[in-house]
Write a protein that binds this ligand. Structure first.
Ligand SMILES: Nc1ncnc2c1ncn2[C@@H]1O[C@H](COP(=O)(O)OP(=O)(O)OP(=O)(O)O)[C@@H](O)[C@H]1O
Ligand SMILES: [Mg+2]
Ligand SMILES: [Mg+2]
Length: 542
């Protein structure tokens, strides 16, 4: 396999063999192999869209009506709790009775749930929006925490206080909730308060502004995309694709939900009348050839702050759609950048030709074959004495993974941080194991003790949980991977996986905000015809 030179970024030595033909210049128009027969193009395009909808249904990308109902119920109950809480807080702040009577707070959902692209495993990102007198430190993190803790529906509650976006994280009726806080300078917060209205945004503090960012981003994106149903279906597919191909998860240096959301919205904007199939084709074509680090932005002429331009971590700058137009936080490194690009190119190669007689979507969404690709792996073993401490420990270490990746890249040139979390069932203690792919013949040059020591220093500082757990590094060959890691490869990999923690924001102290990744949808997908068509063959499949 030979590495093909990439357009732009030529200063970075290619660490990874890109599979497939050399990057051709991007086609100037929508790829269209049926110039002589447009009706055949539309027929094939429709058929592929149909079979993709069928694929989504088969994959269970659409939560059942019961699941939807459960989520709505949870949000309804949360709103009730917030309403009672704010009255209590108003009394504690000794507001006059007539003001207590009219004051209100609300819950605004955002993230994948707010966009209607969540799965049954998804968390709900829910912002608590409170009036001027409610404080973050006392009223939110103490009073509301106390109310929530007493509820029988609530479990596993903990506070992430010093992150850029401070929040409480808990399960409500078994559904994970990320609950940040924002304070507006008003007495009465309408149930569906418009966070783009300058009236509500005036004089708000910095933390509240950052907390509102997700809601504002969602709102803008939904205003900018021409066909929301197509956008939702496309985004669900892309999330599944990225997960299956091992390129989903901000903490591991890959794409997060927000990045894929903006990339999908960009393509939807440019192809307002495209079918689902055409949107996916255009997504791969657009971003396989994107001249990174040119930023992707949804508004023309967005202003990029100089600090973002020079920030080397922005290999793939993707700008938030609202002011100030800053880049989405990203942990992309040299290795993960090349992996993502290789996957985009693979996607393009697989989908570009509508006339391929044996095309099937299953190939596009096939799990990335780590065992075939890498002879050796860095094994990262994390454990704690008790199960209930494991989540915090693993979440903390993962929030520092970028540093480990950079150390390994420095020594090895390339490392592929597989986001999948495995469990070593032979060990009695609760544990989570990661296997990161290494290129052949490179591991000999790695001083394992040095890497472990360096990384221990990094994770030894700033852990907010109880007592830190254990972390061990080792090099293992592909054949030493546990059975479940080996068999999972072939078949639909990411099903039923342990979920990843991802940062909304990391602060300097390393406090992180985490959430569970999810796929899946919430509206569309009506009557889907049976999968009638043929398959695809892609010599370059991974
Ligand atoms: N790296 C980031 N930069 C800017 N905003 C972010 C970032 N990560 C998360 N957010 C904000 O927080 C919201 C929720 O993030 P979360 O990690 O839960 O992703 P998501 O889009 O909901 O996808 P998923 O389905 O994986 O949960 C995002 O929609 C976005 O508004
Ligand atoms: Mg989410
Ligand atoms: Mg979340």
């Amino acid at each position: 396999m030979e590495f093909e030179s990439l357009p732009s970024f030529s200063s970075i030595p290619p660490p990874f063999p890109i599979i497939g033909p050399p990057f051709p210049p991007p086609p100037s128009a929508v790829f269209h192999p049926f110039h002589h027969n447009p009706s055949l193009f539309f027929m094939m395009d429709d058929q592929r869209s149909m079979s993709l909808l069928q694929f989504m249904a088969d994959e269970g990308l659409v939560p059942s009506p019961e699941e939807e109902e459960k989520r709505k119920n949870v949000i309804h109950k949360l709103k009730q709790i917030i309403s009672l809480w704010i009255k209590k807080v108003a009394c504690q702040h000794r507001l006059p009775k007539h003001l207590v009577a009219v004051t209100s707070a609300t819950i605004l959902t955002y993230g994948s749930y707010g966009l209607g692209v969540h799965s049954s495993e998804s968390d709900i990102d829910a912002l608590c929006v409170a009036p001027f007198f409610a404080t973050l430190a006392e009223d939110f993190f103490v009073v509301l925490n106390d109310i929530l803790t007493r509820r029988t529906e609530v479990s596993e509650i903990h506070c992430v206080k010093s992150a850029k976006v401070p929040l409480m994280r808990f399960k409500f009726d078994g559904i994970s909730i990320d609950l940040p806080f924002a304070q507006l300078k008003v007495l009465y917060v309408p149930e569906n308060v418009d966070v783009l209205d300058p009236f509500f945004m005036r004089n708000i503090d910095d933390t509240s502004w950052k907390s509102l960012s997700g809601v504002r981003a969602n709102k803008q994106i939904l205003q900018l995309v021409p066909n929301i149903e197509n956008f939702q279906a496309m985004l669900r597919c892309l999330k599944l694709w990225a997960k299956r191909r091992g390129v989903y998860g901000t903490l591991l240096g890959y794409l997060g939900g927000i990045h894929l959301t903006i990339l999908a919205a960009y393509v939807c904007q440019r192809y307002p009348d495209a079918t689902l199939n055409s949107l996916i084709m255009n997504f791969f074509r657009t971003f396989a050839f994107w001249p990174w680090p040119t930023p992707v932005m949804l508004h023309e002429g967005m202003f990029l702050r100089p600090v973002d331009v020079v920030e080397t971590r922005f290999f793939m700058p993707i700008l938030l759609p609202h002011s100030p137009h800053v880049c989405c936080h990203s942990n992309i490194t040299k290795s993960t950048f090349y992996r993502i690009r290789a996957e985009l190119l693979r996607g393009h190669n697989m989908t570009r030709d509508l006339s391929k007689p044996d095309f099937i979507w299953d190939y596009v969404f096939e799990a990335f074959p780590y065992l075939k690709r890498y002879p050796e792996f860095v094994k990262i073993y994390l454990s704690t004495p008790n199960q209930n401490e494991l989540g915090d420990w693993v979440g903390w270490v993962k929030s520092r993974f970028r540093s480990l990746l950079l150390i390994l890249e420095g020594m090895q040139g390339f490392c592929d941080p597989n986001p999948t979390e495995y469990v070593d069932k032979e060990k009695a203690e609760p544990n989570v194991v990661f296997y990161w792919g290494l290129l052949p013949g490179k591991s000999n040059s790695m001083d394992k003790v040095l890497v472990e020591g360096e990384f221990m220093k990094i994770i030894g500082n700033g852990f907010e949980g109880g007592s830190p757990g254990r972390m061990e590094l080792s090099i293992v060959s592909a054949s030493q991977l546990p059975k479940n890691a080996q068999t999972e490869e072939g078949e639909g990999a990411s099903k039923g996986r342990k979920t990843c923690w991802k940062p909304i924001d990391n602060d300097e102290k390393g406090n992180m905000v985490c959430s569970q990744p999810q796929l899946l949808p919430h509206c569309l997908i009506g009557n889907v015809p049976p999968n009638g068509e043929a398959a695809e063959c892609l010599s370059s499949s991974g």
